[in-house]
Write a protein that binds this ligand. Structure first.
Ligand code: UTP
Length: 211
């Protein structure tokens, strides 16, 4: 079985120890994993840098894509895994763990993860986030927020309205969620690396399941 992981750039940069634990955890599980890394704060900073030189929107997205690949490549070197830059809609994975980044301008790495889940026949995407899961309100704006254990796609869309601009930041990209809904792929949003093994063993997890 293959599972896809959308490794958000915010997780990567905010939670370095947990990132090491994540790879250790994945190596102890007997499934194949395709990991799509996000761009994180570096991508947003670089996109702002590009704006100083009046790059067009497509090229600003291009900066973001390159950042996601630098992150994927660094992780592949650090944890001795495969790395690829092929179209996620055509991706095939050979070895246990493969890393990749973004692909087309205007997408996000969540979109790549969704397409990769379709092409590898994965039933689930683990969205590793710096947030513990999906909340009823934006935790960056409100204090009295509640973590939701289960969310349906309609509720997710209502929580993720926003503009598709370079460097955009969603809990899980609603465009990617549409691909998942259409193909019966579930999404687990979590900051807890142990949730992967737990979910695959049908145990209760700490994060949120979107289905
Ligand atoms: P992401 O939005 O995927 O990275 O890509 P992130 O912000 O680290 O992800 P999360 O939210 O933490 O999970 C960064 C930017 O790169 C461009 C977009 O502009 C995006 O906002 N990008 C990325 C693309 O244009 N196409 C891709 O396939 C991937």
């Amino acid at each position: 079985m293959t599972a896809v992981i959308s490794l958000g750039g915010s997780f990567l940069f905010d939670k370095k120890e947990e990132t090491s634990s994540l790879f250790k955890e994945l190596k102890s599980i007997n499934d194949k994993f395709l990991i799509v890394t996000g761009g994180g704060p570096i991508a947003r900073e670089y996109i702002d840098f590009g704006k100083n030189f009046n790059l067009r929107e497509k090229d600003l997205h291009g900066i973001g894509i390159k950042c996601t690949h630098v992150n994927a490549w660094i992780m592949s070197k650090a944890f001795k895994t495969d790395y690829t830059a092929v179209d996620p809609r055509k991706i095939r994975i050979k070895n246990r763990i493969t890393l990749t980044g973004g692909y087309l301008p205007g997408w996000t790495t969540d979109t790549c993860a969704a397409y990769a889940a379709v092409s590898t026949r994965s039933k689930v995407i683990f969205n590793m986030s710096k947030e513990n899961g999906v909340y009823d309100k934006d935790p960056r704006k409100f204090r009295d927020v509640q973590l939701l254990k289960k969310v349906n796609f309609e509720r997710l869309y209502s929580l993720t309205k926003g503009k598709r601009v370079p460097g955009m930041n969603f809990i899980f990209d609603p465009l990617a969620a549409k691909i998942c809904k259409k193909n019966g792929i579930k999404i687990v949003v979590t900051s807890d690396v142990n949730d992967i093994k737990k979910y695959l063993k049908n145990q209760e997890i700490n994060g949120t399941v979107i289905e």
